[in-house]
Write a protein that binds this ligand. Structure first.
Ligand SMILES: Cc1cc2nc3c(=O)[nH]c(=O)nc-3n(C[C@H](O)[C@H](O)[C@H](O)COP(=O)(O)O)c2cc1C
Length: 440
């Protein structure tokens, strides 16, 4: 058995990693336990989460917004019908911004409002306008908690998928002992971290390519593109959170790879395909997010080419088509490609799906056409359109991390159906073993 201190530190390190870089909207309501939310903010920040606090009017009677502003590093949002606040980060922006919403403490009245679908205060309106997981940490007098009305509201919320964290039992502010205390901060954070651990890819191995490639012109110059690698890294992270073993093959980027995966760094398209082929054995899902250069100089000069007055010609040849080649060699490997286009997004994406024979294409706008997403290369947000053989889906503008989690869920669903169909086909036609997935 693990000693208690050791157990707590294991719990602590597990949630610290999962909450890193997550956008947490913390709602604080009018409970005597509102002061404890300050500690929740501090611990979330320690775990590397970005925290924005929304307080109800009731909550501001117990603790000042200044406390949460200082701890979160952001202004605290309070009023729904506030023109200035709406002109900045309004209720819809806040709802879209969050990866998850935690209300701690959640008052009995707030649970009632949420159960009824009310939207007459900022926090209720945000919860109603958001499609992210909601977690409630109730805190109230024991009788209030036990009341049939509260219990009915809690059942309604749980049936809708709202996560209830607590309440805890013990001595309460009103002097009574019973169930109704706010759950301890470390338990709240551990529960919240669970929301980012879907497990839909448990037992699977996923390979993700990310970033740009660099094609040498001479000893100091290269051809490349503006890919930052953010989307690929987010996809790799989301696959880790979904329980997969992940191999990330990355071109040159300025980011630190996520934890708990194997990261292999490459420079050129040739190195990328060589590395992919070396490590593809045992992979179940191949996700090609890398913006691989389409052309490379036929011959790179070994030294630095000297500048002269006259024009020079650079002869280019196509680089290996990594996605097409992997799909051709391993037809039974589930392959997902990315398409970044400046025009005719749907047509090019559907054409790519057929031409490369892959299972899914995730398409996004780049360049001037990407006005709504703020330009996909290098930006923190994006929007995706997904295409597969018998369907499509739209993932609206969101942070790349949130999009990556939605993409991974979609991939997991399709891959499961696809593998089942492949197994059924195998019962009818026995394919040679070489035509299957890369061997383990
Ligand atoms: C001193 C005091 C302490 C309170 N503590 C709690 C509490 O712990 N939990 C709760 O649900 N309500 C509590 N209430 C009642 C709420 O503040 C009240 O229902 C309020 O309308 C909640 O508003 P809100 O949910 O918009 O923040 C308390 C009220 C007072 C005066």
């Amino acid at each position: 058995m693990c000693p208690r201190g050791q157990q707590q530190s294991l719990l602590h390190s597990a949630y610290m990693e999962r909450l890193f870089n997550k956008r947490i909207l913390l709602g604080v309501t009018g409970s005597i336990a509102a002061y404890k939310a300050a500690e929740v903010v501090r611990r979330l920040r320690d775990a590397g989460a970005d925290v924005r606090v929304v307080m109800t009017r009731g909550a501001t009677e117990f603790v000042t917004p200044m406390t949460f502003q200082a701890l979160s590093g952001h202004p605290v949002n309070q009023e729904l019908l506030d023109t200035e606040a709406e002109a900045g980060m309004g209720h819809i922006e806040l709802a879209r911004w969050a990866d998850t919403i935690l209300v701690a403490p959640a008052s009995a009245d707030f649970l009632a409002r949420l159960a009824q679908g009310r939207a007459d205060d900022l926090l209720s309106a945000i919860c109603l306008a958001s499609d992210v997981p909601l977690a409630m940490a109730p805190a109230m007098n024991g009788q209030m908690w036990q009341n049939a009305a509260t219990q009915q509201n809690v059942r309604t919320l749980v049936a809708r998928g709202v996560l209830m964290l607590g309440p805890d039992a013990g001595e309460q502010a009103c002097g009574e002992t019973g169930v109704g205390r706010l759950q301890a901060p470390e338990i709240l954070l551990a529960g919240l971290a669970e929301l980012f651990q879907s497990g839909v890819l448990s037992g699977k191995t996923v390979m993700v390519t990310a970033g740009p490639t660099r094609e040498a012109i001479d000893a100091v110059r290269y051809l490349s593109n503006h890919s930052s690698g953010k989307m690929g890294f987010s996809v790799a992270q989301a696959a880790v959170e979904a329980g997969a073993r992940v191999i990330l093959v990355s071109g040159p980027v300025a980011m630190t790879p996520p934890d708990h995966l194997q990261c292999l760094s490459v420079v050129s398209a040739q190195e990328m395909i060589d590395t992919v082929l070396t490590h593809i054995h045992g992979v179940d899902i191949f996700i090609a997010t890398a913006a691989v250069a389409d052309y490379r100089p036929v011959k790179a000069a070994t030294g630095k080419t000297k500048k002269k007055a006259e024009r020079i010609q650079l002869e280019l040849e196509p680089t290996p088509d990594i996605l097409a080649e992997i799909k051709a060699r391993f037809p039974r490997l589930f392959c997902v490609g990315f398409a970044a286009e400046t025009e005719a997004l749907d047509e090019y994406a559907q054409d790519k799906l057929l031409r490369k024979g892959v299972e899914m294409i995730a398409a996004n706008w780049v360049g001037p056409a990407a006005t709504e997403t703020g330009g996909a290369f290098g930006s923190d947000s994006n929007a995706l359109r997904l295409f597969w053989k018998d369907g499509s889906a739209e993932l609206p503008v969101a942070s790349k991390q949130k999009l990556a989690r939605q993409l991974i869920l979609q991939i997991a669903q399709l891959e499961e159906m696809w593998s089942q169909r492949s197994l059924d086909d195998d019962k009818v036609v026995t394919l040679p073993d070489s035509g299957r997935r890369p061997g383990r």
